[in-house]
Design a protein around this ligand. Structure first.
Ligand SMILES: [Zn+2]
Length: 205
């Protein structure tokens, strides 16, 4: 996954050429430690063509985008990935009109999605995730997101995000931190830092 190091737009564009690539990416991390049904905890599943998983026991189907910022975005998951990439790698603040022109979506749509991303990103480290945590590795290069009042670093890095969801599955808060790789040891650092022991973490593991 070295391709996600840094802020190279061409590499990012090469990696995510279609919505399909993005779904595959999300599915890869979501179920990297294996599938576990969110309804019945069964671990056997069928992998569908669109990268969603259907539980062998209760037939519940979970898409790769479920419980992520990219769920049901009307303008397409790939555009959403790129908007996140742009927001994460640009040091100046981006306007909705700028994003709307660059991505061919209406300004209103751009504003709504950017708001969602910013809301998720502005959470503070001082409040550990204690509700429904969801680990979502949306990896981008560039500045550190998620930490209010912190200076931005431009150093190349991988970023892993923990997203806290509300009862109805909306993104409440998101934390992110730099990791060196995707080993469970690195991911554990995120848990230790941000997620309280009582948290009900819905993740791959
Ligand atoms: Zn099930």
């Amino acid at each position: 996954m070295d391709i996600f190091r840094g802020q190279n737009l061409l590499e990012f564009a090469e990696r995510f050429k279609s919505d399909e690539d993005c779904k595959e990416y999300l599915a890869h991390f979501k179920w990297s430690e294996g599938f576990k049904c969110t309804k019945c905890n069964h671990t056997g599943c069928q992998i569908r063509g669109n990268h969603s998983r259907t539980c062998n026991k209760c037939s519940h189907t979970e898409s790769s985008t479920a419980n992520t910022l990219f769920h049901k975005v009307k303008f397409g998951i790939r555009k959403a990935f790129f908007i996140c990439f742009e927001m994460s790698t640009t040091t100046k603040s981006l306007s909705a009109s700028h994003i709307s022109v660059r991505f061919g979506i209406t300004e209103k749509t751009a504003r709504l999605f950017m708001h969602k991303v910013r809301e998720a990103m502005k959470s503070s480290e001082s409040y550990p995730i204690d509700g429904n945590g969801h680990i979502d590795e949306f990896v981008v290069g560039g500045k550190e997101t998620g930490a209010v009042g912190r200076s931005y670093h431009t150093k190349k890095k991988k970023i892993v995000c923990a997203v806290e969801l509300t009862e109805d599955g909306k993104v409440k808060r998101m934390y992110s931190m730099k990791i060196d790789n995707y080993s469970s040891k690195e991911l554990k650092r995120l848990f230790d830092k941000h997620i309280s022991n009582e948290a009900n973490v819905v993740t791959d593991k």
